[in-house]
Design a protein around this ligand. Structure first.
Ligand code: AMP
Length: 223
């Protein structure tokens, strides 16, 4: 089963992708994580990518399509969760082509809906476990009082360089200009499902599970 999680920065795509990995055995493909690994590598390409990311702009289609192609060709998995990819129509076309080449199918595109005020609130309070990537939020899901990550026990937490209000405004602008047309694109392909991303993490996970079960077994879901 291959799915795309679509939504603005802060909608909870990464958090839900990690749940899907844990509970459904799918593999998360996050272009944001891949690009953060590239910037940490200290290469010339990584340095250029870092500048673009910190400005809140999109990295070029060629780079991210190349990263996804590499992963799809080298990983065997029961299915992938595309998190933060595609983000442009050109990327969506390229993904369709890659899937055709590999004989894979796209089972569902899940649009996670969260209003802009909530996105700003979430992102400016966000921190991540340096050990495993578990996401915390000062307001809604603070780091436990013993200072240990609930997932891996790690004690180091980081804030993303682009998780500040200025960068976020630009990331939102990029989302509305370049990524939101994908909602219509996948609606027209009859693949789009909408989920309210405002609830508790467990509630959103349940709503996504309902979509995935209906896709896997449409007749049972109608019964
Ligand atoms: P994310 O972790 O998904 O929020 O992505 C962080 C940043 O990485 C974005 O603001 C972009 O600068 C870059 N990025 C991630 N995925 C893509 C993509 N599919 N296309 C272009 N840029 C991307």
């Amino acid at each position: 089963m291959n799915i795309i999680l679509l939504g603005p920065p802060g909608a909870g795509k990464g958090t839900q992708a990690r749940r899907l990995e844990k509970h459904r055995g799918l593999v998360q493909l996050s272009t944001g994580d891949m690009l953060r690994a590239a910037r940490a590598s200290g290469t010339e390409m990584g340095r250029r990518v870092a500048e673009v990311m910190d400005r809140g702009e999109l990295v070029t289609d060629d780079i991210v399509i190349g990263l996804i192609r590499e992963r799809l060709e080298s990983s065997a998995a029961p299915g992938f969760i595309f998190d933060g990819f595609p983000r442009t129509l050109a990327q969506a076309d390229a993904l369709g082509e890659l899937m055709r080449e590999t004989g894979a199918t796209l089972d569902a595109v899940i649009e996670m809906q969260v209003d802009d005020d909530e996105l700003v609130r979430r992102i400016t309070a966000r921190s991540t476990c340096a050990g495993c990537g578990e996401v915390y939020n000062d307001i809604t899901r603070p780091i436990p009082s013993d200072g240990k990550c609930t997932n891996c026990g790690g004690t180091e937490f980081t804030r993303r360089a682009d998780d500040n209000e200025e960068s976020l405004r630009q990331r939102l602008m990029e989302y509305y200009k370049k990524t939101s047309p994908l909602i219509g694109y996948y609606y027209a392909k009859d693949a789009l499902h909408r989920v309210d991303g405002l609830g508790e993490i467990d509630e959103v996970e349940a709503a996504i599970a309902e979509v995935l079960d209906s896709v896997r077994s449409p007749a049972a879901a109608r019964a």
